[in-house]
Design a protein around this ligand. Structure first.
Ligand code: S3P
Length: 189
């Protein structure tokens, strides 16, 4: 477990990251959970769009994935430098699969939560969601990208099966767990 040493827990930031593939429920769980935790919710893709003044789809189309990853990394670094009030962050599906991003998050000792579901479930959710997803492609490409990223996602602190539960149910479970985690950190300081 990369984040589980006592030293790491003691220095942990109060940022909580939701990670996982497209369609894993990062945004919907994030909204529900932030209400329960009474904390700010940050969707990194939305923050990028607001900062750059272009949609994620337009950045991919005009400048390519490489440029999007550079912007994404900068936006994440900026977020990590900000105040240490408790915030819940949903990352875009590829962000935690980039080693530089995962390292930067680990370096501040933040909790990372992997929302997992099988590729067919993720695909169905993406089909039903009007959001533009430049890397969705055909099902075979989608499932292959999911397979390639799996080991990266599994490096998250916690692993949650999001396939059988609603966003509200997942948020309710996570609320308890996050409170318990922060409470235990307070007690070890
Ligand atoms: C991406 C997922 C998208 C968005 C961008 C790239 C990916 O976010 O960041 O299109 O690489 O999987 P969602 O996971 O919210 O769809």
């Amino acid at each position: 477990m990369p984040n589980s040493t006592p030293e790491r827990q003691a220095e942990r930031s109060r940022l909580v990251f939701l990670v996982g593939f497209m369609g894993s429920g990062k945004s919907s769980v994030g909204h529900e959970l932030a209400i329960r935790l009474k904390c700010e919710f940050v969707d990194l893709d939305q923050r990028i769009e607001a900062r750059i003044g272009r949609s994620v789809g337009a950045i991919f189309r005009d400048s390519g994935e490489g440029e999007f990853r550079r912007i994404e990394h900068e936006a994440l670094k900026e977020l990590l430098r900000e105040s240490d009030s408790m915030r819940l962050v949903a990352l875009g599906g590829g962000a935690f699969a980039q080693p530089d991003n995962a390292d930067a998050i680990r370096d501040v000792g933040a909790i990372t939560i992997f929302l997992d579901a099988p590729p067919d479930v993720l695909w169905r959710r993406c089909q039903e969601d009007p959001q533009e997803r430049p890397l969705r492609g055909k099902y075979e490409q989608f499932a292959e990208l999911h397979r390639q990223r799996m080991n990266r996602y599994l490096e998250a602190s916690w692993h949650i099966d999001s396939s059988q539960k609603t966003a509200k149910e997942i948020a309710a479970d996570l609320e308890q767990r996050i409170h318990a985690e922060f409470l235990s950190q307070e007690n070890t300081r």
